[in-house]
Design a binder for this molecule. Structure first.
Ligand code: UGA
Length: 434
């Protein structure tokens, strides 16, 4: 099948590459000339495990190409995916400027039947708006489909190639058949393609992310209780997660959820609800809990240092909002850094992938280390903000000889509390009593 993907951000690039991988001919369109040049020359623009290999192979074999011309991109395509940014507007609602702008432009270019697919996370009713935008300039036959994406950064290729489910909001038989054929190779294992109306598909995406964020905030509150009641959140997590109705996943407490999706999508759903005069109380609490959780370690740190962080030197492991990505959007580490610096401390950070991005935002406000051990040189304490695997079983001897104090504040519960106490560390984590 011939496919166009408009927007080569995170979702667009993964979508385009994975559709090419199953034998489709994919043209990706982006207005950014330098990005298109880099991609055309085989330089991948995002860090995502496993993507580069597929990207290079499909580029070489001619199934994947890039252009800045919307007209060239969509000319032969049967299906056009819109994978455009939907940033929060001033009121927290998703800003549809890019999606609707491109839909209008596509309307000017259409000459025959095509399917436009909303892949971006968009508020309920967007498919109708896209339809109207196209129809401003085109009165032939076309369809608009809502096909939200559920991939996670860090495991995006796997999530795309082997989805738990594919949700397709569609109201025409013709478009339904085309979408079903396109996705057939991805659901051979038996996972479902769930067809529904466009509005339900649009809401499914927000509901999924908001539910997952709710699980996390719930566990963060249970962790707070554990600390006050002398219980261990890891035990409670295992105890409740074994119930199939609850499930084991997304029950890990920490220093809050971040990234480009949960914070934005929860806020957008609250905003959408308020536009139809509904107060989504649970989600307001979810956001509130998350804000507080980002600074959960600070009172512990202050208490340890007698409320005076002036001149203290902190090592920080982890800057990305989660492991296996270089994404620092809404990363809890950045909130920690802000607070520590405000109180007169200095920070030396290490992250396996995200340093380059942090340097662009923070410059020389903090120092950066070449590896996790260098970050510890003369540190008064180590703060852990992201659970990269390489932080899980460090060489404690190497740590001890570099650190001024054997003190760790762990926002991701990486270490066994007893084992680390036996090594002589003062160790504080989330929802566990040491
Ligand atoms: C999330 C969803 O998981 C995807 O299904 C969705 O497609 C994507 O948003 C999106 O809307 O595009 P992502 O933001 O990549 O994916 O990251 P997650 O792995 O879901 O993690 C989100 C945040 O929750 C991270 O900050 C992570 O540290 C935190 N988290 C996750 C916890 O604090 N505890 C957990 O148990 C799980």
């Amino acid at each position: 099948m011939k496919i166009a993907v408009v927007g080569t951000g995170y979702v667009g690039l993964v979508t385009g590459t994975c559709f090419a991988e199953t034998g489709n001919e994919v043209i990706c369109v982006d207005i950014d000339q330098s990005k298109v040049d880099r991609l055309s020359n085989g330089e991948i623009t995002i860090y995502e495990p496993g993507l580069e290999k597929l990207f290079l192979r499909n580029l070489k074999e001619g199934r994947l190409s890039f252009t800045t011309s919307l007209a060239d991109g969509i000319k032969d395509a049967v299906i056009i995916f819109l994978a455009l940014p939907t940033p929060p507007g001033a009121d927290g609602a998703a800003d549809l400027r890019y999606v609707l702008g491109v839909a209008e432009d596509i309307g000017k270019l259409l000459t025959d039947y095509k399917v436009l697919v909303d892949k971006s996370t968009v508020p309920v009713g967007t498919a109708d708006k896209v339809r109207e935008a196209v129809a401003k300039n085109y009165n032939g036959e076309f369809d608009v489909v809502s096909n939200p994406e559920f991939l996670r950064e860090g495991v995006a290729v796997d999530d795309f190639m082997k989805p738990d489910r594919v949700v397709i909001g569609v109201s025409s038989e013709r478009a339904r058949k085309l979408m079903g054929d396109l996705y057939a190779p991805f659901v051979r294992s038996g996972n479902p393609v769930i067809y529904m109306d466009e509005r339900s598909a649009e809401l499914t995406k927000y509901a999924a992310n908001s539910f997952l964020a709710t699980k996390i905030s719930f566990m963060n509150e249970i962790a707070q209780l554990c600390e006050r009641l002398g219980a261990d959140v890891d035990m409670v997590r295992l105890g409740i997660g074994s119930d199939d109705r609850i499930g084991k996943r997304f029950l890990f407490p920490g220093i809050g959820y971040g990234g480009s999706c949960f914070p934005k999508d929860v806020q957008a759903l609250v905003q959408s609800a308020s536009q139809v005069e509904y107060d989504f109380r649970i989600l307001n609490a979810v956001m509130d809990v998350n804000e507080k959780q980002k600074t959960h370690l600070l009172p512990k740190i202050r208490r340890y240092f007698g409320n005076d962080l002036k001149g203290k030197k902190f090592a920080l492991w982890g800057l990305a909002f989660k492991p296996n990505t270089d994404d620092i959007r809404e990363a809890p580490a950045l909130y920690m850094i802000d607070e520590l610096i405000k109180e007169g401390a200095s920070v030396t950070a290490f992250d396996p992938e995200a340093i380059r991005n942090v340097k662009q935002v923070l410059g020389d406000k903090i120092s950066y280390a070449e590896n996790q051990y260098d970050a510890l040189q003369d540190a008064d304490a180590l703060v852990i903000a992201t659970e990269w695997n390489e932080f899980r079983t460090p060489d404690f001897l190497k740590m001890v000889v570099r650190m001024r104090n054997k003190v760790i504040f762990d926002g991701r519960n990486l270490f066994d509390t007893k084992a680390i106490a036996e090594l002589g560390f003062h160790y504080e984590s989330v929802g566990r009593n040491t």
